[in-house]
Design a protein around this ligand. Structure first.
Ligand code: NAD
Ligand code: UDP
Length: 326
């Protein structure tokens, strides 16, 4: 039997490029589609001549057609700075993108994975967050294009499953970091590392006591692949993330220590609706997927720092500044 043909939407992005790489290692035929709004060709440059990888420019808000057995739907900007630049396009990408991907899955009889997010829990008033929690989301705030877009996408995934029997896999991904984040992406890990390496002040938003739980990208990709392969199948939603929680002040101090930077911290206004705390309950992933993260925050940060250090040294990011305040 031939290996599964796999479509990865958003495959030129941070997570998507790592996923494409791993799928190729598993001998899959991979079709990556991307509109290159936040993804870049360089993320896949080392695979450009791979005989089992095809890359096509396509916006998932338009219908899709391809002969595939499996689909991973990752197309959507994930950084608040990026998804708020064009919020209507963000909602369209989440909702119409899900619809188009699900229609393709229905026609092809394909298994389909949805990269949902911890943002469906909003600014949570229960801690840590388990899958049974319905969330606390502002439906009209500046983050809602992403939060509500992803919530609606989950609705579509479960309705296609109930109505059409489409085999769906929905994972709620918590903050993930690693090499191939863009220096101008605007998320906290890339911002702090780039600022520290450049000797610029680290921009802590609010009082810096808000928390996140950071997962290294290799661990996340393990979880995504485990979910797609799970036998018996699990539709989800399943939380994928690292439960090790830290405040943004502690993250900044750790990055200063690991880079040896003498940058100082400066405090900037907290963006609207910024969640105060976030930590995944991964009991379900542990029991159903036999998955849990292995890479510590410090080990993952060292890999990520080495990546940014090398690319900054080579001048490859010269025109891209770390994204500052909200
Ligand atoms: P990213 O911005 O690096 O990647 C997103 C990719 O999707 C980019 O290559 C972008 O060009 C592409 N894209 C955006 N809109 C598109 C459209 N309309 N049509 C086709 N392609 C489009 O972000 P990421 O961190 O790699 O996130 C990947 C997925 O994982 C997203 O769906 C995101 O919501 C989800 N996720 C990520 C995290 C995280 O911490 N990285 C957390 C939760 C969920
Ligand atoms: N943050 C910060 N400085 C920055 C960028 C972000 O203090 O330069 C904070 C942000 O306010 C939030 C946390 O870091 O509380 C994580 O932000 P990020 O954009 O990485 O992800 P998200 O808010 O979506 O979890």
């Amino acid at each position: 039997m031939s290996e599964p043909r796999v479509l990865v939407t958003g495959g030129a992005g941070f997570v998507g490029s790592h996923l494409c790489e791993r799928l190729l290692c598993l001998d899959r035929e991979v079709l990556c589609i991307d509109d290159f709004s936040t993804g870049v060709h360089e993320n896949l440059a080392h695979l450009r001549h791979h005989p089992r990888l095809r890359i096509a420019t396509h916006d998932v808000t338009s219908p899709l057609s391809a002969d595939v057995d499996e689909i991973y739907n990752l197309a959507c900007p994930a950084s608040p700075v990026q998804y708020q630049k064009n919020p209507i396009q963000t909602t369209k990408t989440s909702v119409l993108g899900a619809l188009n991907v699900l229609e393709l899955a229905r026609r092809q009889g394909a298994r389909v994975f949805q990269a949902s997010t911890s943002e469906v829990y909003g600014d949570p008033n229960t801690h840590p967050q388990a899958e049974a929690y319905w969330g606390h989301v502002n439906p009209i705030g500046v983050r809602s294009c992403y939060d509500e877009g992803k919530r609606c996408a989950e609705t579509l995934f479960f309705d296609y499953h109930r109505l059409h029997g489409v085999p769906v896999r929905v994972a709620r991904i918590f903050n993930t970091f690693g090499p191939r984040m863009r220096p101008d992406d605007g998320r906290v890990v890339s911002n702090f590392i780039v600022q520290a390496l450049r000797g610029q002040p680290l921009t802590v938003f609010g009082n810096g006591l808000q928390t996140r739980s950071f997962c290294y990208v290799d661990d996340l990709v393990d979880g995504v692949l485990a979910m797609m392969a799970a036998d018996p199948p699990i539709t989800g939603p399943v939380n994928l993330g690292n439960p090790a929680e830290c405040s943004m002040i502690d993250l900044a101090k750790t990055i200063l220590r690991l880079t040896g930077s003498r940058s100082r911290l400066i405090f900037e206004p907290l963006p609207a609706d910024d969640p105060k705390q976030r930590q995944p309950d991964i009991s379900l992933a542990r029991s159903a997927l036999d998955w849990e993260p292995k890479v510590t925050l410090e080990a993952g940060l060292l890999e990520t720092i080495a990546y940014f250090d090398e690319h900054l040294m080579l001048g490859q990011f010269s025109r891209q500044a770390a994204c500052g305040g909200p």
